[in-house]
Design a protein around this ligand. Structure first.
Ligand code: LLP
Length: 417
């Protein structure tokens, strides 16, 4: 749990009582620990000090400007997948020369925006995309730096919605046909071919798939070398898992130990794109118990957060630890923890053992810092939660709770006949 600890039966985030913060800001609320964010980033960064590298935080994980600013200030780069993420990254202070752009569907406008801002490189995912990048580069008389994202056909053994490096997935160019793509790209004067990228999936809990991916990339590099193509950057993507329940994922140190023998004595510049590892454990979602409801079949704890706030349970069958903010007593009831939304998929836990809770109690949903708020929506016309960061003895509102006005601010109320 790191910076989220119980002291005398009350949950603290760093030096502050979660209950006291929530009394001031209300629920539902995403609460982040600054220290955990920094520690996680540094643990990842330090694990790879033996090679030249940049940690490009995956912005999609948690894109709040203040979270991004913290990471930019630590020297992180950014992995982006849209012009919107580029806008956020630049606004937060990331250096363009540390920004890499992935994604299978980059539009012409997005390519233009990224070129104009001189990002480090596009991680190109198809030949038609390559053609468009060339065309835009010629139009604006700039050279586009590119890598190919290769698909190594490796099973990362994670939830099928978040595996990306299998042949059947939409991502990257098959590693078996990558050499031809490199040959074609290296002949184009509007391009500078500088790297290779591989990202095989998310919430990966063993080192083997990463090792296999690195091995396959080095086989490709040898082929390219024989063709006279030399690269500078190897981008190994993100994907390192965290403990939500009883997983025992490798630490960044374990990962480094496993791949270091392969990468250490090379001259390449490495890029890593962790997201979940950096932000996941740094956040909790705090919600209030609205009702206890018992039906013939089950007991429900109905809370004021919903799947619009945290959709991971229904999307990926994801487990998130849930505990009362006050009193970590022994588990005495078997319940489903559900939200107020009109769907049966609106749940945070099923058949979960929890201590007795009452109406009005606060619950903390742990490990919600990654893909929590960033995937939130206004479904059921629910304003999105506020976001708060704690640093030592101080808390900072980094996103106000949405108002009803915010929710309709870009709609037009027309009487259409
Ligand atoms: N790089 C690329 C190109 C990615 O697509 C991703 C995540 C990452 C890096 C960061 O991966 P991480 O280190 O966080 O595993 N919404 C899902 C996860 C989707 C991951 C998408 N890509 C979830 O809540 O589990």
């Amino acid at each position: 749990m790191g910076a989220f600890e119980y002291k005398k039966g009350e949950l603290y985030c760093e030096n502050l009582s979660v209950r006291e913060i929530i009394e001031a800001v209300g629920t539902p609320c995403y609460l982040y620990s600054h220290k955990t964010l920094v520690d996680n980033y540094q643990a990842f960064d330090e694990a790879f000090t033996l090679v030249k590298h940049t940690v490009c935080y995956a912005v999609k994980t948690n894109a709040n400007l203040s979270i991004l600013r913290t990471l930019a200030n630590l020297g992180a780069g950014a992995d982006i997948v849209s012009a919107g993420e580029l806008y956020r990254a630049l606004t937060a202070g990331f250096k363009p020369e540390k920004i890499v752009f992935a994604g299978v569907g980059k539009t012409e406008d997005e390519i233009y925006y990224a070129l104009k801002n001189d990002i480090l490189m596009f991680n190109v995912e198809s030949l038609p995309e390559l053609d468009l990048i060339c065309a835009v580069a010629r139009k604006v008389k700039k050279k586009a730096r590119i890598s190919f994202r290769v698909n190594p056909d490796i099973n990362p053994k994670t939830h099928h919605h978040i595996s990306t490096g299998l042949a059947q997935n939409k991502f990257g160019i098959s590693i078996n046909h990558a050499a031809e793509a490199y040959e074609r790209a290296s002949m184009d004067k509007s391009l500078e071919v500088i790297g290779v990228q591989v990202h095989i999936g998310s919430q990966i809990t063993t080192v083997e798939p990463f090792v296999e991916a690195v091995q396959k990339v080095f086989i490709l590099l040898k082929t390219l070398k024989d063709l006279g193509i030399e690269l500078k950057y190897i981008d190994l993507g993100g994907g390192l898992g965290i403990t939500y329940n009883d997983e025992k994922p490798p630490t960044p140190q374990d990962l480094a130990k496993a791949i270091m023998p392969l990468i250490r004595k090379t001259h390449y510049q490495y890029i890593f794109e962790p997201g979940r590892y950096i932000a996941g454990t740094a956040g909790i979602l705090v919600t209030k118990v609205l009702y206890l409801k018992e039906t013939q079949a089950k007991k429900f704890v109905i809370v004021d957060a919903g799947m619009n706030d945290l959709s991971r349970p229904v999307l990926y069958d994801a487990y998130h630890e849930i505990k009362p903010v006050k009193g970590s007593g022994k588990n005495e009831m078997l319940v489903d923890v559900v939200g107020p939304i009109c769907e049966s998929g609106d749940y945070f836990a099923k058949k979960r053992s929890l201590p007795l809770v009452e109406q009005g109690d606060l619950l903390a949903i742990f490990n919600a810092g990654a893909y929590g708020f960033s995937m939130a929506s206004n479904y059921n016309a629910r304003p999105r939660a506020c976001e708060v960061v704690v640093s030592k003895n101080q808390y900072y509102m980094i996103r106000d709770r949405e108002t009803f006005g915010d929710m309709v601010s870009n709609e037009r109320l027309l009487d259409i006949k």
